[in-house]
Design a binder for this molecule. Structure first.
Ligand SMILES: C[S@@+](CC[C@H](N)C(=O)[O-])C[C@H]1O[C@@H](n2cnc3c(N)ncnc32)[C@H](O)[C@@H]1O
Length: 199
């Protein structure tokens, strides 16, 4: 992998990234939340929460629900904790340090999983998707939004090739009905991807 996420999202670079992403990726986070369209009492997991903007949008939409988040970066954990201190204090949100391939949650714990500008970093990808499939309830959905440039730069694949390969990985790992489309964020230069755990 050309980009090492452990370097760019922690330390000084991580603090700068957190500031830039909090503003620049807000539209993509909002679009992903709107696409998942959770019910007020749903349980939703955010993988790679970064500065925590998507978590906050979810907290506004889930007054009776529960939000969990996981991200390997200590810098992002601090930023997201600050941004979401009320929901955390109220016991409506829990944030963890860790990666997609080892999710510290029981089976079938979530109605939905959101990941924005992060799926391209999931390593190993199939083990990570398998974990997402494990923690989703039957019928629950994964929603991913990603800048086109981030997919190309990180995976070395064009977006169509990446989406087809990711759909195949999802199928092997326990998620079906995969589809992708042009997202509105980044003036249409980003891709939305979803897959569902079979009932
Ligand atoms: C480009 S940032 C996106 C953050 C936020 N979702 C946004 O769009 O602003 C990618 C995030 O994914 C996290 N990350 C990297 N590898 C990961 C993995 N394997 N599992 C979960 N999160 C990961 C990074 O620490 C970082 O916070």
């Amino acid at each position: 992998m050309a980009v090492n996420p452990d370097r760019i999202f922690d330390g000084l670079l991580g603090r700068i990234s957190a500031l830039v992403m909090a503003g620049g990726n807000r539209a993509a986070e909002a679009e992903a939340v709107a696409e998942l369209d959770p019910r007020p009492h749903d349980r939703v997991l955010v993988v790679g929460f970064g500065p925590g903007v998507g978590l906050r949008l979810l907290a506004e939409r889930l007054p009776e629900g529960h939000i969990a988040g996981i991200d390997p970066s200590a810098v992002m954990l601090r930023a997201a904790t600050r941004r979401n201190r009320r929901a955390i204090a109220a016991g409506r949100m829990e944030l963890h340090r860790g990666k997609a391939d080892a999710l510290p949650f029981p089976d079938a714990d979530f109605d939905g999983v959101i990941t924005v500008n992060t799926i391209q970093f999931w390593e190993p990808l199939e083990a990570s998707v398998r974990e997402v499939a494990r923690v989703l309830r039957p019928g629950g959905r994964l929603v991913s939004h990603t800048h086109d440039w981030a997919i190309t730069r990180t995976t070395g694949r064009d977006v169509e090739t990446w989406a087809r390969a990711t759909a195949e990985v999802c199928l092997r790992a326990g998620l079906g009905s995969a589809r992708h489309w042009r997202a509105r964020a980044e003036k249409g230069k980003s891709v939305a991807f979803t897959a569902r755990k079979p009932e």
